[in-house]
Design a protein around this ligand. Structure first.
Ligand code: NAP
Ligand code: MG
Length: 487
């Protein structure tokens, strides 16, 4: 591990503390999980999954095409008609609980593979991603036999076959967000993980297999954008659940227009974190750091725009600079690491492109001195001050550890600025006044508003966007309604 060497007199270096990889096993190559079996792709094509921390090859992954997707959808339809829709809610719940428990048993292995394949710090995959993913299965297992209480006086029916497409930033967690409510409500599933992070979804297929689910209830198909498009365009799919970029979300919306397919789209964000002068400043600084540097800024709801009330701006910016000097950037498997590897070379290029744009737009950049590893994809934590609301780095999603800082004087001004992007996923408010929090929560056009905290998730809380951040809610009772027909 190449730990960060800082110039700060207040920071120190920890000895490396790498998590062991001895307890995990990966196959040389992974096929498609269709109808309860591992099937070779019809085209015979495979692609490589690499570790973004050192660019080493991890496994070969099958590339599914339209013919494979057709097989998976047929299997899901058959499983829906003959097995899953015939089970009572309490029987479905038993299977879902079983998945959750096996995931818990294999949590350590899942955490290490998540960090190896995706680049996120082991502390996060171990303490956040994997436990939350298990909790989603536990939570929705609990609803499976209580749907009449979730929708009192209504008749509740499953939709049928759900096609689910997920991104690379929370691979196993996003799979859980998609699969758990679909199964609880009686649907069957064809799920595609992102091409750079297929491994934990494939491990989940092993777990689902071990849990003894009837064949075809969950099918995991891997591949690129064309594989996702084949799911979206398949005529026998009843529902598309997509999490990913706004651009692909728009393509999907066009593709399903005029069909009877239902859709939920969880898309990009450019969320505002707002600090008032009466906020507990040290906690707020921790919240800002967590909001944007957590998971290398690969978080749809990352607090990527900071608005600080003018009277405390100097103090907050100084404390932020001091704090980010102490962050460890490096090996994701080191338990000391705060910022791991950027998920792919392409994503690093995108982030670098925006950093150059920011400098060209006249913003002032601050990056602490870092010894970045020579191999792999890394980006130091980056602050931009002296930015204008119209700058591209304020308006567009960067999806990396890059924070823009602006100041404000009045509540009305900050509400206007916070709402002034095409997105509306999340926001954070830091203040001592409860009344101010309530005022802002009603005026910020964001699906989630955190108060005096940031990036807190729970399976019982709904999550989703306004405007170009998408529509539909995942999590909580709301997450059930995305998978049912009510009459
Ligand atoms: P992406 O490029 O849109 O990809 C998302 C998924 O869609 C991947 O599995 C991708 O496959 C697949 N895909 C690509 N082109 C497709 C097409 N034409 N038709 C169907 N599927 C297609 O997004 P990403 O770069 O993986 O993820 C980052 C984005 O996700 C960010 O914008 C982030 O804000 C958003 N996100 C949103 C939420 C939320 O809840 N709102 C949560 C997490 C992430 P490949 O991997 O093979 O390209
Ligand atoms: Mg990978």
């Amino acid at each position: 591990m190449k730990s960060k060497k800082t110039e700060s007199s207040t920071s120190w270096l920890y000895s490396p503390s790498p998590e062991s990889t001895a307890h995990i096993s990966l196959r040389e190559s992974y096929d498609l999980y269709i109808n309860g079996k591992w099937e070779k792709p019809i085209s015979g094509k495979y692609f490589d999954s690499i570790n973004p921390a050192n660019e080493k090859h991890l496994a070969k992954i099958a590339h599914a095409d339209q013919a494979d997707i057709d097989k998976a959808v047929k299997a899901a339809r058959k499983a829906y008609d003959t097995a899953w829709s015939k089970l009572s809610g309490s029987e479905r719940a038993k299977y879902i609980y079983r998945i959750a428990r096996i995931m818990q048993e294999r949590a350590r292995e899942l955490a290490v593979i998540e960090s190896l394949d995706g680049g996120k710090p082991i502390r996060e995959s171990r303490d956040i991603d994997i436990p939350l993913a298990c909790n989603h299965f536990f939570y929705y297992a609990g609803w499976a036999d209580k749907l009449e209480y979730a929708f009192p006086t209504r008749k509740v029916e499953a939709l049928g076959v759900a096609g689910q497409i997920i991104p690379w930033n929370f691979p196993l967690l996003m799979a859980a967000w998609k699969i758990a409510p679909a199964l609880a409500t009686g649907n069957t599933v064809v799920l595609k993980p992102a091409e750079t992070t297929s491994l934990t979804a494939l491990k989940l297929a092993e777990i689902i297999h071990d849990a003894g689910l009837p064949p075809g209830v969950v099918n995991i198909v891997t591949g690129f954008g064309d594989t996702g498009a084949a799911i979206v365009n398949h005529p026998d799919i009843n529902k598309i659940a997509f999490t990913g970029s706004t651009n692909v979300g728009k393509i999907i919306q066009k593709a399903i227009a005029g069909t009877s397919k239902k859709a939920t789209l969880e898309l990009g964000g450019k969320s505002a974190n707002i600090i008032f002068d009466d906020a507990p400043i040290d906690q707020a600084v921790e919240g800002i750091v967590n909001g944007i540097f957590f998971n290398q800024g690969h978080v749809c709801c990352a607090g990527s725009r900071l608005y600080v009330q003018e009277s405390v701006a100097e103090k907050v910016i100084q404390k932020l600079k001091d704090r980010i000097q102490t962050l460890y950037v490096g090996d994701p498997l080191d338990k000391n690491t705060d910022i791991g590897a950027i998920n792919s070379k392409e994503q690093l290029q995108t982030i670098d492109k925006y950093i150059k744009i920011g400098i060209k737009e006249g913003a002032e950049i601050y990056q602490p001195a870092c010894n970045l590893p020579k191999k792999g994809f890394y980006c130091p934590p980056t602050l931009f001050t002296n930015v204008a609301q119209s700058n591209l780095i304020v308006q567009e999603e960067i999806f990396g550890p890059v924070l823009t800082v602006q100041t404000f004087r009045t509540v009305d001004e900050v509400i206007q600025k916070a709402n002034n992007t095409p997105f509306g996923l999340a926001a954070g408010v830091w203040t001592d006044k409860g009344s101010r929090i309530f005022n802002l929560t009603t005026k910020l056009r964001a699906g989630v508003v955190w108060a005096n905290t940031y990036n807190k998730f729970d399976p019982s809380s709904p999550f989703g966007g306004y405007k170009e951040s998408g529509f539909g809610r995942e999590g909580g009772v709301h997450g059930l309604s995305a998978y049912v027909k009510l009459s």
